[in-house]
Design a protein around this ligand. Structure first.
Ligand SMILES: Nc1ncnc2c1ncn2[C@@H]1O[C@H](COP(=O)(O)OP(=O)(O)O)[C@@H](O)[C@H]1O
Ligand SMILES: [Mg+2]
Length: 201
């Protein structure tokens, strides 16, 4: 079953392609317009801004807290009952060091506030915090897909793997447009979307 969408697409493959094309274009626009600066670093409001920006032309739930419980590989993300409370707590978590920022990122992943698109939106939110607080960001091309996904699965129990994996990929090139566009492509590749190059949209 495809998610209900504004494009009225019912074909899974067609929806995946349209979602990739439209939201990657929006990701590019987020950087080129300077709108990324409007997203508050380290809060749910900031993450919601990014999620809405990417997906507002595709889904009604863009930027909005999910209304269903979700699980992946036997892991249940925050139950609806505690989701709001959990997001309020995450807003208050510190973000002044690399370790604190990754811990906050891991908590946000456990919250998984949206119906879909958490991975892609939250990685942008992570980079926003890293840029603002420690003047660095992740060069996602240096983070292998399988290593990343297994470290994220593991992160709900122990965060040492994800910290080590992301630490070796830190870069000072935080204003580099090519690196940003490439990062979007890699982030989408993690989630199975690799039909279009952001730079070319
Ligand atoms: N078993 C798991 N345990 C914890 N986190 C996971 C697990 N599987 C995936 N994730 C995280 O969830 C993200 C995918 O969430 P999802 O809402 O589908 O985002 P997207 O639509 O952008 O792919 C992954 O990038 C990863 O960070
Ligand atoms: Mg997904």
């Amino acid at each position: 079953m495809t998610l209900k969408n504004k494009l009225n697409i019912t074909d899974q493959v067609a929806l995946a392609k349209a979602e990739e094309r439209i939201s990657k274009k929006k990701a590019k626009q987020l950087f080129d317009s300077g709108d990324i600066a409007k997203a508050e670093a380290g809060t749910f409001a900031g993450l919601s801004f990014i999620h809405a920006y990417l997906f507002e032309d595709i889904y009604d739930f863009a930027g909005k807290i999910r209304e269903v419980n979700i699980a992946k590989d036997n892991f249940r993300f925050a139950p609806l009952m505690y989701l709001k409370q959990s997001l309020e707590y995450i807003d208050t978590m510190p973000q002044s060091s690399f370790d604190a920022i990754i811990e906050k990122y891991v908590e946000m992943n456990v919250a998984h506030p949206f119906r879909e698109g958490n991975g892609r939106a939250t990685r942008l939110w992570l980079d926003l915090m890293l840029k603002k607080e420690i003047k660095q960001m992740i060069d996602w091309n240096l983070v292998d897909k399988d290593d990343y996904l297994s470290a994220m699965q593991r992160s709900v129990v122990k965060d040492t793997e994800i910290k080590a994996l992301l630490k070796q990929a830190l870069t000072d090139q935080i204003h580099d447009r090519t690196l940003f566009m490439k990062g979007i492509d890699v982030s989408y590749y993690y989630e199975g979307y690799s039909e279009f190059k952001t730079e070319e949209l």
